[in-house]
Design a protein around this ligand. Sequence first.
Ligand code: BGC
Length: 733
Amino acid sequence: MEQQKLLELLGEMSLDEKIGQLFQGNGSFYEGDSIATGPASEQGFSEQTIREAGSVLSVVGAGNVKQIQKAHMEKHPHHIPLVFMADIINGYRTVFPIPLAQGAAFNPQVAKTGAQVAAKEASAAGVQVTFSPMVDLVRDARWGRVMESTGEDVYLNSVYAGALVEGYQGDDPKKPGKIGACVKHFAAYGAPTAGRDYNNVELSERTLRDDYLPAYEAALRAGALLVMTSFNTLNRIPSSANKWLMRQVLREEMGFKGTVISDWAAIEEIMYHGAAMDRKEAARLALEAGTDIDMMTTCYANYLKELIEEGKVDEKLLDEAVLRVLELKNKLGLFENPFKDADEEAEKELLLCADHREKAKEAAKETFVLLENNGILPLKKEEKVAFIGPYTEEKAIIGAWSIFAREEDAVSIEEGVTAYGGNAIFEKGCELISEGASIQGMNRLYTGTGMAENREKKLLKAVKAAKEADKVVLCIGEHMAQTGEAASRGDITIPENQITLLEKIAEVNQNIVVMLFSGRPLDLRKVKTLAKAILVVWMPGTEGGSAIAEVLYGETPPSGKLPMSFPYAVGQVPVFYSEFHTGRRMDPAHPENRFQSRYMDIPNEPLYPFGYGLSYTEFSYSVVTLSKTELIRGGELKASVLLKNVGKSRGSEVVQMYIRDDVGSVARPVRELKGFQKLWLNAGEEKEVSFTITEDMLKFHDINMNNIAEAGKFTVFIGSDSRTQNQAEFVLK
Ligand code: BGC
């Protein structure tokens, strides 16, 4: 539809109709034929609101979507279609590894392919917009939602943000098999105080701009159609009511012209934050700030009319918001094709098809991070291997946000290794959730199922299996439901019963590989002392078990690197590599000096740093060479190393380039990732790896809050993780 037609349509709509466009309810409002029953009436929605709603969330299934859309359009005074939105995060039915794991691949193509597959499946099932990507920068492992992010780094997150949007939307979200992307949660939701979900965020404007905003901006550059506000307050102002954030930063500075949606009930929560007296005031603040769609509350539906009629809100603001919703529908082609790709036949054909499963397996293999290996890995097929631990048979490995997927579709380790033909036995050893405990997941309750009287028996069987095996692969970790939204943890260790299992096994067989399942960095001190190898497999998705088998047996070597530092202990959190020097730099050569920036009882360094990860082979780096030592503004400089596979097998390395601005008008991070390249080399092969350095890469918000690169000396580091000391210097004139 032409823009002029949209404006005409807007002009014809009644006040109620316009307000309706800003309301988003979920499927519970659309059950059967009757609307405004159940939750709808309880929450005070009128039948009219539902009838005139602009969008709906979490309704999936081609048949369902078509039926609801048809009925809705028939009843709607102007026959305006709904937009069907849902959380399609790391897959719809075929599930890829969780986003944090995708970050570990250090290969944005992994995320792009995942998003393409998700878009294909979800669009066939009627979904038109996904609430993804989440690009919140995360540095606090206590926060459960770190699993939804690609990690702690500004650059890595930005690269992935773009790739994900491109994957979902392609070059035009209207096209078949594509869906609109909604970048979230604007802004800085990833920095809740003390790692507790929904908690307030306090960030300096400089940190916000330098570290937190770039990834959202990258998603917008890639064309994301929507932005979702965050639950948190940012410097005391609830995001959904933050005029500066949304009108000045998002719209004016970043040039965003799309639609802004609140997070679930976030407009009402302005009141709970104590920043609005009541829902009516919350509605006014949110609309004034530029929040277009009200997800799951009555604030807009019940109060905007009054506010406008009382002259407290300018109707122009409403028109602006409604137009953005109509424009969204237009960009998705819904006026011409309200069902978009919803198609029962396509659903049957695409969901969990062999091609998608294969892609999910290939993706998973790239996300595993090898933290330790004394040579025990890869396993050999002739070796007798005991796979022990609660994760051997577990299928809840698809990640907490896979709400439309089914755990039973996942390949467990036992299934994957058996199909691969490993000489293996499997023993659970203990339960994933301890006796009597339960964890509320996103859409089901998980309970400890083990019978107390079986506990000893299970353990004895596992110990016996370990004794008789050449090697043990211990499959342990946190439960999927301990990760994700509302899953903050104050203790980021592996559950005690699983550590006991590890200790018991170590008494009879020291050849232990720990395979770690998690949605966040965990405290691995104990594991490190008892394991000969540690492989982090995160929540690997539908093809987890088959991918794991291929990596363990060396068919594909592991190639992931940590996208978040693994702390030494929770007391270090938030811990991240791009920290600041402090005025009392720690000098490890002088531990007797008390007055340094350090802990008395734990090291400053994380147990495993950002960017870290081993391969089955080894790589050597030459020194860094620079094409010149002076960078002229507007010019370029090339930094190179020679990378050689000096081991005995093919493998992958992620070559990482960090830059430090040695002196700035404000304190500068000790280093920042500015480039990476993932390469696969055969044994003995070498390759030159070069990065182009430009003035743009050196920019930051200076003492006057201008985004500029300051003249002076810079150090460039190129190596295999964020600790590399392989360096050279140049000067920006
Ligand atoms: C989450 C969002 C999500 C929304 C809709 C909220 O609880 O914070 O990330 O998109 O629900 O399901």
